[in-house]
Design a protein around this ligand. Structure first.
Ligand SMILES: Cc1cc2nc3c(=O)[nH]c(=O)nc-3n(C[C@H](O)[C@H](O)[C@H](O)COP(=O)(O)OP(=O)(O)OC[C@H]3O[C@@H](n4cnc5c(N)ncnc54)[C@H](O)[C@@H]3O)c2cc1C
Length: 381
Protein backbone atom coordinates (compact mmCIF):
# COMPACT_ATOMS: atom_id res chain seq x y z
CA UNK A 1 0.00 0.00 0.00
CA UNK A 2 1.39 3.41 -0.88
CA UNK A 3 1.80 5.66 2.13
CA UNK A 4 -0.58 8.59 2.69
CA UNK A 5 0.28 11.71 0.68
CA UNK A 6 2.13 14.38 2.57
CA UNK A 7 0.55 17.03 0.35
CA UNK A 8 -2.72 17.32 -1.50
CA UNK A 9 -0.97 18.87 -4.48
CA UNK A 10 2.64 19.48 -5.48
CA UNK A 11 3.34 22.12 -8.10
CA UNK A 12 6.59 21.71 -10.04
CA UNK A 13 7.73 25.03 -11.52
CA UNK A 14 6.73 28.34 -9.89
CA UNK A 15 6.82 30.76 -12.80
CA UNK A 16 3.73 32.43 -14.24
CA UNK A 17 1.48 29.37 -14.18
CA UNK A 18 2.84 27.51 -11.16
CA UNK A 19 2.83 30.53 -8.83
CA UNK A 20 -0.82 31.38 -9.55
CA UNK A 21 -1.84 27.71 -9.27
CA UNK A 22 -0.11 27.44 -5.91
CA UNK A 23 -1.86 30.58 -4.66
CA UNK A 24 -5.25 29.28 -5.78
CA UNK A 25 -4.78 25.90 -4.15
CA UNK A 26 -3.48 27.35 -0.90
CA UNK A 27 -6.35 29.82 -0.69
CA UNK A 28 -8.78 26.93 -1.22
CA UNK A 29 -7.35 25.38 1.94
CA UNK A 30 -5.33 22.54 0.42
CA UNK A 31 -1.98 21.34 1.72
CA UNK A 32 0.30 22.36 -1.12
CA UNK A 33 3.98 22.54 -1.89
CA UNK A 34 5.68 24.25 -4.80
CA UNK A 35 9.19 23.59 -6.06
CA UNK A 36 11.34 25.61 -8.42
CA UNK A 37 14.81 24.94 -9.77
CA UNK A 38 15.63 28.64 -9.28
CA UNK A 39 14.28 31.41 -7.06
CA UNK A 40 11.34 32.96 -8.94
CA UNK A 41 10.80 35.55 -10.20
CA UNK A 42 14.01 35.06 -12.19
CA UNK A 43 15.34 35.84 -15.65
CA UNK A 44 16.13 32.33 -16.90
CA UNK A 45 12.73 31.14 -18.14
CA UNK A 46 9.83 32.83 -19.96
CA UNK A 47 8.51 35.39 -17.49
CA UNK A 48 11.02 38.24 -17.23
CA UNK A 49 11.52 41.57 -18.97
CA UNK A 50 9.21 43.76 -16.84
CA UNK A 51 6.17 43.81 -19.16
CA UNK A 52 3.69 41.51 -20.89
CA UNK A 53 0.80 42.51 -23.13
CA UNK A 54 -2.75 41.70 -22.12
CA UNK A 55 -5.35 42.13 -24.87
CA UNK A 56 -8.89 40.99 -25.37
CA UNK A 57 -9.53 41.04 -29.16
CA UNK A 58 -7.58 37.84 -29.43
CA UNK A 59 -6.32 37.30 -32.97
CA UNK A 60 -5.21 33.76 -32.21
CA UNK A 61 -8.77 32.43 -31.72
CA UNK A 62 -12.05 33.87 -30.36
CA UNK A 63 -12.25 30.94 -27.94
CA UNK A 64 -9.54 32.60 -25.81
CA UNK A 65 -11.73 35.64 -25.11
CA UNK A 66 -13.75 34.25 -22.15
CA UNK A 67 -10.49 33.06 -20.60
CA UNK A 68 -8.79 36.45 -20.93
CA UNK A 69 -11.89 38.18 -19.58
CA UNK A 70 -11.70 35.98 -16.49
CA UNK A 71 -7.95 36.71 -16.32
CA UNK A 72 -8.60 40.48 -16.07
CA UNK A 73 -10.86 39.88 -13.08
CA UNK A 74 -8.46 37.41 -11.49
CA UNK A 75 -5.51 39.85 -11.87
CA UNK A 76 -7.59 42.46 -10.05
CA UNK A 77 -8.24 39.93 -7.29
CA UNK A 78 -4.53 39.16 -7.01
CA UNK A 79 -3.83 42.90 -6.82
CA UNK A 80 -6.31 43.19 -3.96
CA UNK A 81 -4.92 40.14 -2.14
CA UNK A 82 -1.28 41.18 -2.49
CA UNK A 83 -1.51 44.97 -2.45
CA UNK A 84 0.76 45.08 -5.52
CA UNK A 85 0.00 47.02 -8.72
CA UNK A 86 0.16 44.44 -11.51
CA UNK A 87 -1.83 45.65 -14.54
CA UNK A 88 -1.75 49.01 -16.28
CA UNK A 89 -4.29 49.79 -18.98
CA UNK A 90 -2.82 51.64 -21.93
CA UNK A 91 -5.12 50.60 -24.76
CA UNK A 92 -3.81 48.41 -27.52
CA UNK A 93 -3.63 48.20 -31.29
CA UNK A 94 -3.19 45.27 -33.66
CA UNK A 95 -2.24 46.66 -37.07
CA UNK A 96 -1.09 45.48 -40.47
CA UNK A 97 -2.50 44.45 -43.86
CA UNK A 98 -6.32 44.34 -43.70
CA UNK A 99 -6.39 40.72 -44.89
CA UNK A 100 -3.51 39.52 -42.67
CA UNK A 101 -3.82 36.98 -39.84
CA UNK A 102 -3.39 39.60 -37.11
CA UNK A 103 -5.97 42.16 -38.21
CA UNK A 104 -8.58 39.66 -39.42
CA UNK A 105 -8.16 37.55 -36.27
CA UNK A 106 -8.39 40.51 -33.86
CA UNK A 107 -11.42 41.83 -35.71
CA UNK A 108 -13.12 38.43 -35.65
CA UNK A 109 -12.69 38.10 -31.87
CA UNK A 110 -13.88 41.66 -31.28
CA UNK A 111 -16.98 41.14 -33.44
CA UNK A 112 -17.75 37.62 -32.17
CA UNK A 113 -17.69 38.76 -28.56
CA UNK A 114 -19.02 42.30 -29.03
CA UNK A 115 -15.86 43.85 -27.58
CA UNK A 116 -15.37 47.62 -27.57
CA UNK A 117 -13.05 48.37 -30.48
CA UNK A 118 -12.44 50.74 -33.33
CA UNK A 119 -11.07 50.12 -36.80
CA UNK A 120 -8.67 52.84 -37.97
CA UNK A 121 -7.04 53.23 -41.37
CA UNK A 122 -3.38 54.27 -41.64
CA UNK A 123 -4.21 58.00 -41.41
CA UNK A 124 -6.41 57.36 -38.38
CA UNK A 125 -3.63 55.37 -36.72
CA UNK A 126 -1.17 58.22 -37.28
CA UNK A 127 -3.61 60.72 -35.87
CA UNK A 128 -4.22 58.57 -32.79
CA UNK A 129 -0.55 57.66 -32.31
CA UNK A 130 1.61 60.21 -34.17
CA UNK A 131 4.85 58.21 -33.77
CA UNK A 132 3.47 55.08 -35.54
CA UNK A 133 4.36 54.78 -39.25
CA UNK A 134 2.08 52.08 -40.70
CA UNK A 135 2.17 51.41 -44.44
CA UNK A 136 -0.57 53.48 -46.17
CA UNK A 137 -2.71 50.41 -46.96
CA UNK A 138 -2.68 49.05 -43.41
CA UNK A 139 -5.42 49.25 -40.83
CA UNK A 140 -5.54 48.74 -37.06
CA UNK A 141 -7.94 47.24 -34.54
CA UNK A 142 -7.81 49.52 -31.51
CA UNK A 143 -9.06 48.17 -28.18
CA UNK A 144 -9.34 50.29 -25.04
CA UNK A 145 -9.01 47.52 -22.45
CA UNK A 146 -5.57 46.24 -23.52
CA UNK A 147 -2.59 46.98 -21.32
CA UNK A 148 0.55 45.70 -19.71
CA UNK A 149 1.26 43.35 -16.83
CA UNK A 150 4.42 43.42 -14.72
CA UNK A 151 5.44 39.74 -14.87
CA UNK A 152 8.01 39.65 -12.07
CA UNK A 153 5.63 41.50 -9.75
CA UNK A 154 2.79 39.12 -10.69
CA UNK A 155 4.84 36.04 -9.79
CA UNK A 156 6.15 37.57 -6.57
CA UNK A 157 2.59 38.57 -5.61
CA UNK A 158 1.19 35.08 -6.29
CA UNK A 159 3.96 33.41 -4.29
CA UNK A 160 3.44 35.85 -1.44
CA UNK A 161 -0.30 35.11 -1.39
CA UNK A 162 0.42 31.36 -1.56
CA UNK A 163 2.87 31.45 1.33
CA UNK A 164 0.60 33.60 3.45
CA UNK A 165 -2.17 31.03 2.85
CA UNK A 166 0.09 28.26 4.13
CA UNK A 167 1.80 26.89 1.01
CA UNK A 168 5.27 25.41 1.31
CA UNK A 169 7.56 27.09 -1.24
CA UNK A 170 10.87 25.42 -1.98
CA UNK A 171 13.20 27.58 -4.07
CA UNK A 172 16.38 26.27 -5.72
CA UNK A 173 15.04 22.72 -5.41
CA UNK A 174 14.44 21.14 -8.83
CA UNK A 175 12.05 18.26 -9.34
CA UNK A 176 14.27 15.51 -10.75
CA UNK A 177 11.65 12.80 -11.19
CA UNK A 178 8.09 11.74 -10.47
CA UNK A 179 6.32 8.38 -10.37
CA UNK A 180 2.68 7.35 -10.04
CA UNK A 181 2.17 5.93 -6.55
CA UNK A 182 -1.25 4.29 -6.31
CA UNK A 183 -3.76 7.10 -6.94
CA UNK A 184 -1.16 9.68 -6.02
CA UNK A 185 2.34 10.54 -7.03
CA UNK A 186 5.85 10.38 -5.61
CA UNK A 187 8.03 13.36 -6.43
CA UNK A 188 11.81 13.40 -6.24
CA UNK A 189 13.99 16.44 -5.90
CA UNK A 190 17.69 16.82 -5.28
CA UNK A 191 16.86 17.09 -1.59
CA UNK A 192 14.21 14.47 -0.90
CA UNK A 193 11.15 12.46 -1.88
CA UNK A 194 7.64 13.80 -1.36
CA UNK A 195 4.20 12.32 -1.83
CA UNK A 196 1.06 14.04 -3.00
CA UNK A 197 -2.39 13.15 -4.28
CA UNK A 198 -1.86 15.30 -7.38
CA UNK A 199 1.03 16.86 -9.26
CA UNK A 200 0.93 19.92 -11.51
CA UNK A 201 3.81 20.16 -13.97
CA UNK A 202 4.33 23.79 -14.99
CA UNK A 203 8.03 23.84 -15.76
CA UNK A 204 7.81 26.09 -18.83
CA UNK A 205 10.75 25.66 -21.18
CA UNK A 206 11.82 22.59 -19.19
CA UNK A 207 8.52 20.73 -19.81
CA UNK A 208 10.01 18.23 -22.24
CA UNK A 209 12.55 16.99 -19.73
CA UNK A 210 9.98 17.01 -16.91
CA UNK A 211 7.57 14.90 -18.94
CA UNK A 212 9.90 11.93 -19.14
CA UNK A 213 8.54 9.37 -21.60
CA UNK A 214 5.76 11.58 -22.89
CA UNK A 215 7.31 13.20 -25.93
CA UNK A 216 5.12 16.22 -26.55
CA UNK A 217 6.07 18.17 -29.68
CA UNK A 218 7.20 21.26 -27.73
CA UNK A 219 9.90 23.43 -29.28
CA UNK A 220 11.83 26.02 -27.28
CA UNK A 221 12.59 29.22 -29.20
CA UNK A 222 14.96 32.06 -28.37
CA UNK A 223 13.38 35.49 -28.25
CA UNK A 224 15.14 38.83 -27.75
CA UNK A 225 13.68 41.90 -26.06
CA UNK A 226 15.10 45.37 -26.85
CA UNK A 227 14.67 48.64 -24.99
CA UNK A 228 15.45 51.82 -26.97
CA UNK A 229 15.50 55.37 -25.66
CA UNK A 230 13.31 57.57 -27.89
CA UNK A 231 15.33 59.59 -30.39
CA UNK A 232 12.67 62.35 -30.33
CA UNK A 233 9.05 62.98 -29.27
CA UNK A 234 9.69 61.13 -26.00
CA UNK A 235 6.38 62.33 -24.56
CA UNK A 236 4.48 60.57 -27.36
CA UNK A 237 5.62 57.21 -25.96
CA UNK A 238 4.20 57.80 -22.48
CA UNK A 239 1.74 55.10 -21.39
CA UNK A 240 -1.07 57.68 -21.35
CA UNK A 241 -0.49 58.35 -25.06
CA UNK A 242 1.04 55.27 -26.62
CA UNK A 243 -0.57 51.80 -26.67
CA UNK A 244 0.78 48.30 -26.42
CA UNK A 245 0.87 47.11 -30.03
CA UNK A 246 1.25 44.11 -32.28
CA UNK A 247 2.20 44.77 -35.89
CA UNK A 248 1.93 42.41 -38.85
CA UNK A 249 4.76 43.66 -41.03
CA UNK A 250 3.26 42.09 -44.15
CA UNK A 251 6.31 39.93 -44.88
CA UNK A 252 5.36 36.96 -42.68
CA UNK A 253 6.82 38.54 -39.54
CA UNK A 254 5.13 40.16 -36.57
CA UNK A 255 6.50 42.54 -33.97
CA UNK A 256 5.17 44.04 -30.79
CA UNK A 257 5.98 46.82 -28.39
CA UNK A 258 5.19 48.79 -25.26
CA UNK A 259 5.03 52.40 -24.15
CA UNK A 260 8.00 53.90 -22.35
CA UNK A 261 7.43 53.64 -18.60
CA UNK A 262 10.85 55.05 -17.80
CA UNK A 263 13.20 52.39 -19.14
CA UNK A 264 12.74 52.99 -22.87
CA UNK A 265 10.43 51.74 -25.61
CA UNK A 266 10.44 47.94 -25.52
CA UNK A 267 10.11 46.06 -28.82
CA UNK A 268 10.46 42.42 -29.88
CA UNK A 269 9.71 40.07 -32.73
CA UNK A 270 7.04 37.39 -32.32
CA UNK A 271 8.06 33.80 -33.19
CA UNK A 272 11.22 34.86 -34.93
CA UNK A 273 14.22 33.28 -33.19
CA UNK A 274 16.11 30.01 -33.54
CA UNK A 275 15.23 26.77 -31.80
CA UNK A 276 17.18 26.36 -28.58
CA UNK A 277 17.06 24.84 -25.10
CA UNK A 278 16.99 26.41 -21.62
CA UNK A 279 20.59 25.32 -21.01
CA UNK A 280 21.96 26.00 -24.49
CA UNK A 281 20.34 29.38 -25.22
CA UNK A 282 22.74 32.06 -26.43
CA UNK A 283 22.08 35.07 -24.21
CA UNK A 284 24.43 37.35 -26.11
CA UNK A 285 22.58 39.61 -28.50
CA UNK A 286 24.61 40.09 -31.69
CA UNK A 287 25.15 43.42 -33.40
CA UNK A 288 23.35 42.23 -36.54
CA UNK A 289 20.27 41.42 -34.46
CA UNK A 290 20.27 44.95 -33.06
CA UNK A 291 20.81 46.34 -36.57
CA UNK A 292 17.83 44.34 -37.89
CA UNK A 293 15.62 45.73 -35.14
CA UNK A 294 16.87 49.24 -35.87
CA UNK A 295 15.88 48.71 -39.50
CA UNK A 296 12.30 47.98 -38.42
CA UNK A 297 12.27 50.97 -36.08
CA UNK A 298 13.59 53.24 -38.83
CA UNK A 299 10.70 52.23 -41.04
CA UNK A 300 7.79 51.75 -38.66
CA UNK A 301 8.59 53.64 -35.43
CA UNK A 302 11.46 56.04 -36.22
CA UNK A 303 11.05 58.25 -33.15
CA UNK A 304 11.96 55.25 -30.97
CA UNK A 305 15.25 54.65 -32.79
CA UNK A 306 17.51 56.21 -30.16
CA UNK A 307 20.27 54.68 -28.05
CA UNK A 308 19.90 50.99 -27.18
CA UNK A 309 19.45 50.80 -23.43
CA UNK A 310 19.13 47.11 -22.76
CA UNK A 311 18.44 43.70 -24.23
CA UNK A 312 17.21 40.45 -22.67
CA UNK A 313 16.83 36.92 -23.96
CA UNK A 314 13.70 34.95 -23.20
CA UNK A 315 12.25 31.55 -24.12
CA UNK A 316 9.04 30.65 -25.95
CA UNK A 317 7.85 27.05 -25.58
CA UNK A 318 5.84 26.45 -28.74
CA UNK A 319 3.36 23.79 -29.76
CA UNK A 320 2.93 23.07 -33.49
CA UNK A 321 -0.46 24.85 -33.62
CA UNK A 322 0.44 27.69 -31.24
CA UNK A 323 -2.23 26.72 -28.71
CA UNK A 324 -1.49 25.69 -25.13
CA UNK A 325 -1.31 22.26 -23.54
CA UNK A 326 -3.62 22.09 -20.54
CA UNK A 327 -4.67 18.59 -19.73
CA UNK A 328 -4.08 15.52 -17.63
CA UNK A 329 -1.15 13.27 -18.37
CA UNK A 330 -2.56 10.58 -20.68
CA UNK A 331 -0.94 7.73 -18.72
CA UNK A 332 -1.20 9.25 -15.23
CA UNK A 333 -4.42 11.25 -14.68
CA UNK A 334 -3.24 12.38 -11.24
CA UNK A 335 -0.69 14.57 -13.08
CA UNK A 336 -1.82 17.84 -14.69
CA UNK A 337 0.23 19.29 -17.55
CA UNK A 338 0.41 23.04 -18.01
CA UNK A 339 2.34 24.41 -20.94
CA UNK A 340 0.57 27.67 -21.66
CA UNK A 341 3.21 29.52 -23.59
CA UNK A 342 3.68 29.49 -27.36
CA UNK A 343 4.71 33.09 -26.77
CA UNK A 344 1.32 34.33 -25.55
CA UNK A 345 0.45 32.72 -22.22
CA UNK A 346 1.32 35.26 -19.56
CA UNK A 347 -1.87 37.32 -19.69
CA UNK A 348 -3.88 34.19 -18.84
CA UNK A 349 -1.82 33.13 -15.82
CA UNK A 350 -4.24 34.47 -13.22
CA UNK A 351 -7.14 32.53 -14.78
CA UNK A 352 -4.86 29.59 -15.52
CA UNK A 353 -4.18 29.22 -11.79
CA UNK A 354 -7.91 28.69 -11.27
CA UNK A 355 -8.22 26.24 -14.16
CA UNK A 356 -5.21 24.22 -13.04
CA UNK A 357 -6.41 24.19 -9.44
CA UNK A 358 -9.79 22.88 -10.66
CA UNK A 359 -8.10 20.13 -12.66
CA UNK A 360 -5.90 19.18 -9.71
CA UNK A 361 -8.99 19.01 -7.48
CA UNK A 362 -10.97 16.93 -10.02
CA UNK A 363 -13.47 19.75 -10.43
CA UNK A 364 -14.88 20.55 -13.86
CA UNK A 365 -13.06 23.68 -15.07
CA UNK A 366 -15.17 26.74 -15.80
CA UNK A 367 -13.82 26.98 -19.36
CA UNK A 368 -13.87 24.90 -22.49
CA UNK A 369 -10.38 23.39 -22.63
CA UNK A 370 -10.89 21.41 -25.86
CA UNK A 371 -8.42 23.67 -27.68
CA UNK A 372 -5.67 22.60 -25.28
CA UNK A 373 -5.83 18.79 -25.12
CA UNK A 374 -2.81 16.52 -25.30
CA UNK A 375 -4.89 14.24 -27.53
CA UNK A 376 -4.51 16.58 -30.51
CA UNK A 377 -0.90 15.47 -30.73
CA UNK A 378 -1.86 11.80 -30.33
CA UNK A 379 -0.13 10.76 -33.54
CA UNK A 380 3.13 12.26 -32.32
CA UNK A 381 3.01 11.44 -28.60
C1 LIG B 1 10.09 37.49 -24.73
C2 LIG B 1 8.73 37.02 -24.38
C3 LIG B 1 7.66 37.87 -24.51
C4 LIG B 1 6.38 37.45 -24.21
N1 LIG B 1 5.35 38.34 -24.32
C5 LIG B 1 4.12 37.98 -23.89
C6 LIG B 1 3.09 38.94 -23.84
O1 LIG B 1 3.30 40.11 -24.16
N2 LIG B 1 1.88 38.55 -23.38
C7 LIG B 1 1.63 37.28 -22.98
O2 LIG B 1 0.51 36.98 -22.58
N3 LIG B 1 2.60 36.35 -23.01
C8 LIG B 1 3.83 36.67 -23.45
N4 LIG B 1 4.85 35.75 -23.46
C9 LIG B 1 4.57 34.38 -23.05
C10 LIG B 1 4.54 34.24 -21.55
O3 LIG B 1 5.53 35.04 -20.96
C11 LIG B 1 4.67 32.77 -21.20
O4 LIG B 1 3.55 32.11 -21.77
C12 LIG B 1 4.68 32.52 -19.72
O5 LIG B 1 5.60 33.35 -19.08
C13 LIG B 1 5.01 31.05 -19.46
O6 LIG B 1 4.87 30.78 -18.09
P1 LIG B 1 5.32 29.38 -17.50
O7 LIG B 1 4.85 29.35 -16.10
O8 LIG B 1 4.89 28.28 -18.42
O9 LIG B 1 6.92 29.41 -17.58
P2 LIG B 1 7.94 30.13 -16.57
O10 LIG B 1 7.34 31.37 -16.02
O11 LIG B 1 9.25 30.19 -17.25
O12 LIG B 1 8.02 29.13 -15.34
C14 LIG B 1 8.58 27.85 -15.40
C15 LIG B 1 9.26 27.63 -14.07
O13 LIG B 1 9.59 26.25 -13.93
C16 LIG B 1 10.82 26.18 -13.24
N5 LIG B 1 11.36 24.84 -13.46
C17 LIG B 1 11.85 24.32 -14.59
N6 LIG B 1 12.22 23.03 -14.43
C18 LIG B 1 11.94 22.71 -13.14
C19 LIG B 1 12.08 21.55 -12.37
N7 LIG B 1 12.56 20.40 -12.90
N8 LIG B 1 11.71 21.57 -11.07
C20 LIG B 1 11.21 22.71 -10.51
N9 LIG B 1 11.07 23.87 -11.23
C21 LIG B 1 11.40 23.87 -12.52
C22 LIG B 1 11.63 27.31 -13.83
O14 LIG B 1 12.71 27.68 -13.00
C23 LIG B 1 10.57 28.39 -13.95
O15 LIG B 1 10.56 29.21 -12.79
C24 LIG B 1 6.15 36.14 -23.77
C25 LIG B 1 7.22 35.26 -23.63
C26 LIG B 1 8.50 35.70 -23.91
C27 LIG B 1 9.64 34.74 -23.72
Amino acid sequence: MPSAPAFDVIVAGLGAMGSTTLAQLARRGLRVAGFDRFAPPHALGSSHGRSRIIREAYYEDPRYVPLVQRAYAAWAELEAQSGAALLRRTGGVCYGPPDGTLVTGARRSAETHGLPHEILDADGLRRAYPVLRPDPSWIGVVEPRAGMLAPERCIAAALDVAERAGATVRRDEAVTGWHPDGDGVRVETGQGTYRAARLVLSTGAWMRETLGDLHLPLVVQRNVLYWFAPARDAGAFAPERFPVFLGDLGDGTMWYGFPDTGDGVKVAMHHHGPTTSPEGVDRTVAEDEVAAMRGRLARYLPAANGPLRETATCLYTNTPDGHFVLDRHPAAPQVVLASPCSGHGFKFASAMGEVLADLAMDRPPAFDLSLFTVGRFAARV
